[in-house]
Structure formats: structure tokens, C-alpha cells
Design a protein around this ligand. Structure first.
Ligand SMILES: Nc1ncnc2c1ncn2[C@@H]1O[C@H](COP(=O)(O)OP(=O)(O)O)[C@@H](O)[C@H]1O
Ligand SMILES: [Mg+2]
Length: 254
């Protein structure tokens, strides 16, 4: 039996002014699957994730969750959808005036309408899951980048997402802090979380994803198993990009 993808994106198009940023992008992802998106800067990866979450409204295309098309003009439906599609940003997007605990708790209280005491319990549990229980009363300014990103992951998890969209979750981090965030994402993967991960960390992407999508100039140019895309891509542009990034990482890692 054919399974219904958790998330399906159909032919999304988006222009900013004269420039066509997404030229018809489609993807679907089944429960428990992980897809990585790689590609040059400016290729539209962030715009795509923002469109999937309706943080950016697109000109054409459709988005489905569990087979049901999302109508973004239905606000209640949109908010319910956003809880199901957790978003992790490169720059964390935490509330600076709230503690780690409050950052995780606020959505539970305001969006999920969970009573404060229970919301607090859940928030503490989520922070514990990402190894931050002892830092829960700290404010973002008192946390390292790696800790901030883990708070943002805890915040997304607290909403019981069915799929997570991660936009270069470690690219704003100092190299020594990347590992702790990768470890959290790996644990999510082992727990069966469905994820779309935009990243330049190809070794990491290759170890997690069953399929890598190469995106450039607003289209998914090529996709396939990690080994095939990273070391045996059919398209010239994919090969060029992968060669460059593989060399860079080898150099970087000594
Ligand atoms: N809000 C916006 N207004 C105008 N142009 C934008 C906006 N957001 C992104 N772009 C443009 O869209 C293109 C793709 O950007 P982006 O989706 O961030 O690419 P990537 O994440 O692959 O680096 C870039 O040329 C960028 O300048
Ligand atoms: Mg981006």
C-alpha cells in the first residue's frame, strides 16, 4: 500500500520582485524519513523552508500535511499546522527577554492552552532531553550558541511536531559547539523524527539522510542517496558543488 507522505510540497513558486526565487519545487517526505537539502548560498533553501511553514507566502503551489491541503487563510488551521511542523532557524529565534524555560513554556501555554504548571513540567522535561535542565533559568544572552540552538529544538519538540524543518542549524556556531547540536539531532533521528535538514555539513547529512536533494537557482536539480549525490552526481553543477564542499571539509578537518 502506498503511504501518505507526512509532508508534501507541490510545485511551489515564489518571486521577490523581478526575481524568481523558487521555480516550482516539489518534495514529499514519509514518516520517519530524513531528507537533507544542500546547495549554494542564495539557491532558495531558506525561502523554501519558510514557504513550507507559510512564514513566506508563495505565489503558486500547494502544501499538504498527512494528505490534507493547508489553507493558510484559515488562521486556526494554520496555527495547528505550524505546531505540527517544527522550525529550527540558523539564528535560533529565541525570545531574548525570556529564560530558556520560559522560551519553551510559552508556546505550550499560549498556543496549546496547557495550564501553566503542566506546561512548566513539560518544558523542563524537554530541556532535560536536550541536556539543559541545569541551565533552564538562564537567558539566551547567558547561553552559548550550542545551548541556544538546543533550547530552540526543545521548544519545537514541546509542540509534538510531526516533522521538523531545520535550516542550517549549526552554521552560526563555533566549531567546538557543533557536536552537541548534532548529537541532539542524531538522537531525534534515532527516535524516528521526520526531518528536512538544510545543511552544509555533508558528512552529517550523509550519515542521517536517506536522500540528499541538491538545490540551486530555485530548483531541485538532482536528488538521490548520499553516496550517489556526493560522489557520483550526474549533473555538472551538483558535482562541482560537492567537490568543493568535500575538499573544504577535508581541509577544515585537517
Ligand atoms: N525577503 C526577501 N526579499 C527579497 N529577496 C529575498 C528575500 N528573501 C530571500 N531573498 C532572495 O532569495 C534568494 C534565495 O535566498 P535564500 O532562500 O536565503 O537562499 P539559501 O537559503 O539557499 O541561501 C537570494 O537571492 C535572496 O537574496
Ligand atoms: Mg539559507
Amino acid at each position: 500500500m502506498e503511504q501518505t507522505p507526512v509532508l508534501k510540497v507541490e510545485d511551489i513558486r515564489k518571486r521577490f520582485g523581478e526575481k524568481e526565487i523558487l521555480k516550482g519545487v516539489s518534495l514529499e517526505i514519509n514518516r520517519g524519513d530524513i531528507k537533507a537539502i544542500i546547495g549554494p548560498s542564495g539557491g532558495g533553501k531558506s525561502t523554501l523552508l519558510h514557504c513550507i511553514n507559510f512564514l513566506t507566502l508563495f505565489d503558486a503551489g500547494r502544501v499538504f500535511l498527512n494528505g490534507e491541503e493547508i489553507d493558510h487563510t484559515d488562521r486556526r488551521r494554520l496555527y495547528a499546522y505550524r505546531q505540527k511542523v517544527g522550525m529550527i532557524f540558523q539564528d535560533f529565534n529565541l525570545f531574548d527577554h525570556l529564560s530558556a524555560l520560559q522560551n519553551v513554556q510559552i508556546g505550550l501555554v499560549r498556543v496549546k492552552k496547557i495550564p501553566k504548571a503542566r506546561a512548566r513540567e513539560r518544558a523542563v522535561a524537554e530541556l532535560e532531553r536536550v541536556g539543559l535542565k541545569e541551565h533552564m533559568d538562564k537567558y539566551p544572552a547567558e547561553l552559548s550558541g550550542g545551548q541556544k540552538q538546543r533550547v530552540s529544538i526543545a521548544r519545537a519538540l514541546a509542540m509534538d511536531p510531526e516533522v521538523m524543518l531545520l535550516d542550517e542549524p549549526t552554521s552560526a556556531l563555533d566549531p567546538e559547539l557543533v557536536g552537541e547540536v548534532h548529537a541532539v539531532i542524531k538522537r531525534l533521528a534515532a527516535g524516528g523524527m521526520t526531518m528536512v535538514l538544510v545543511t552544509h555539513e555533508i558528512a552529517f547529512a550523509g550519515s542521517l539522510a536517506r536522500e540528499i536533494l541538491f538545490m540551486d537557482e530555485g530548483v531541485i536539480l538532482e536528488k538521490g542517496p548520499p553516496q550517489e549525490i556526493l560522489y557520483g552526481a550526474k549533473r555538472e553543477r551538483t558535482r562541482e558543488f560537492c567537490d568543493k564542499i568535500i575538499h573544504f571539509h577535508h581541509k577544515d578537518n585537517g
